[in-house]
Design a protein around this ligand. Structure first.
Ligand code: ZN
Length: 462
């Protein structure tokens, strides 16, 4: 009976892929959703590729998995991935479904799957990854994720015994996940910008998990990322198997040393969290047996997805789209910290917590008070535009952060805000956006770009 139900689900959802393609609706999770609805153990029964790589963690999942797919593409290898789908059960099912023949067996030899941390209990019992890259664990959407230790526990409970982990030794929460599993540790050696005291509002790794003493940080990069040891027992950050060092921002490279030697690799973006992503991706391919020279060529060709960071120059002005996921205090803090350190005066257009649907919905706004909005109180940030359904909450938060009221433009209507905020020649605009409203983001960005072209007297020839 189970078998019949599986084939029924497989064929019907395969048919739905075809129907969606004909009506130009491809790239949704509908087929996977349908498959799981018709056959609840679909994920267990569907054929899987020989090599499965999963990427999980709070931040950097999408960037890392896309980089891994691109790297395989440079090697000329075909992979299936959930790049355009969700990272929940339905998205994973859609991806495996697309890669399956009508017999249920797979056509693909490699799968690269981005897995939502909370979905681990529904995915990992059936999809047994050979490698799992765990980028990091931080406070995230409180309603779904509670505390990072809780997410670490969920992963520990569900990660299959044999999966080899690629972990970040500089993150003492995520690198301790599933302690019985084989793993390699990545990290980035001390940087001139490192500090010893935490300057961020959140620090989720304060005490020794063994004896409870206050941890001493030898250096700290941001939040709990850094190198720490316990003064009262032997607990300390693990040594690196893959050590990133000598970051060259001019030539955009990082050196990575492993037990066989050192390679110099291209980094697709100069923000420290993307350099972590690059080191982890490089470590994965070294574990897969890719020689240093070949990996260099691969890393030269991979980029950060445009939806994450995308800059356009218009005369003396520029418009940059910067991903800053709402409800994720750390993502917004990292984005702000990165942008505030860039040269020149900036205007921030905050499209955070904006949705095309669910306009009336919002989560508890406490995350805004975990997020370092204080960094927006910066002499080089000339204006913060608060917009969307939560505009007033953002304005209040910025006022608490000490941002002078005259630097805040507040308008609930996003497009109107884009048309009306003060803009002049030479301005650099940064559009901070989440991942739920790309149409709205595109609209606002286009309005701002059009205004820039007018100010600069540049025709719309593009
Ligand atoms: Zn201790």
């Amino acid at each position: 009976m189970g078998k019949i139900r599986f084939y029924f689900a497989l064929w019907l959802s395969k048919l739905s892929i075809l129907a969606l393609r004909i009506t130009k609706h491809n790239g949704t999770n509908f087929p996977g959703k349908l498959a799981v609805k018709l056959c609840p153990d679909f994920l267990a029964r569907i054929g899987k590729p020989e090599l499965i790589i999963c990427v999980t963690g709070t931040n950097g999942k999408t960037t890392c998995s896309n980089m891994i797919c691109d790297a395989f593409a440079v090697q000329g290898k075909k992979v299936i991935c959930n790049r355009y789908g969700s990272n929940l059960e339905a998205g994973i099912s859609s991806c495996l479904l697309e890669g399956a023949k009508l017999s249920g067996r797979t056509k693909a030899s490699i799968a690269v799957l981005e897995v939502d941390e909370r979905s681990a209990p529904r995915i990992f019992p059936h999809v047994k990854p050979d490698y799992i890259v765990i980028t990091n664990l931080f406070r995230d959407s409180i309603m779904r994720n509670a505390h990072p230790d809780y997410i670490a526990w969920i992963l520990t409970q569900n990660i299959p015994d044999k999966s080899k982990l690629i972990v970040n030794a500089d993150d003492l929460i995520s690198s301790r996940v599933a302690p019985g599993n084989p793993r390699v540790y990545c990290g980035i050696e001390k940087l001139p910008t490192d500090v010893t005291e935490c300057e961020n509002l959140i620090n989720d790794m304060r005490i020794c998990p063994v004896c409870g003493s206050k941890l001493v940080y030898d250096y700290r990069r941001y939040h709990h990322i850094g190198k720490a040891h316990c003064p009262d027992c032997s607990f300390k950050s693990h040594d690196y198997d893959y050590s990133g060092h000598d970051i060259d921002y001019e030539n955009m490279t990082v050196k990575i040393t492993d037990k066989e030697g050192t390679g110099t690799y291209h980094i697709p973006n100069d923000s420290i969290f993307n350099i972590y992503n690059a080191v982890m991706v490089a470590a994965l391919f070294r574990e897969l047996g890719t020689p240093v020279d070949e990996l260099k060529t691969m890393m030269d060709k991979i980029e950060v997805p445009k939806s994450r960071f995308n800059r356009e120059q218009i005369g003396t002005m520029s418009v940059t789209q910067q991903l800053a996921k709402e409800m994720n205090a750390l993502a917004v803090t990292r984005a702000t910290d990165y942008v505030r350190r860039l040269p020149g005066h900036k205007r921030l257009f905050l499209l955070i917590s904006c949705y095309t649907d669910k306009r009336d919905w919002s989560e508890n706004t406490c995350w805004m008070y975990d997020c370092d909005f204080e960094m927006m109180n910066d002499p080089l940030i000339d204006m913060c535009v608060c917009t969307g359904p939560r505009a007033l909450d953002f304005k209040l938060r910025l006022l608490y952060a000490g941002v002078p009221e005259e630097k805040i433009h507040c308008d609930i209507d996003e497009r109107r805000a884009a048309r009306e905020f003060e803009l002049k020649s030479g301005d650099d605009v940064y559009v901070f956006c989440g991942i739920d409203a790309f149409d709205l983001v595109d609209d606002c960005r286009n309005i701002i770009k059009e205004r820039c072209r007018k100010i600069e007297g540049i025709g719309d020839d593009k």
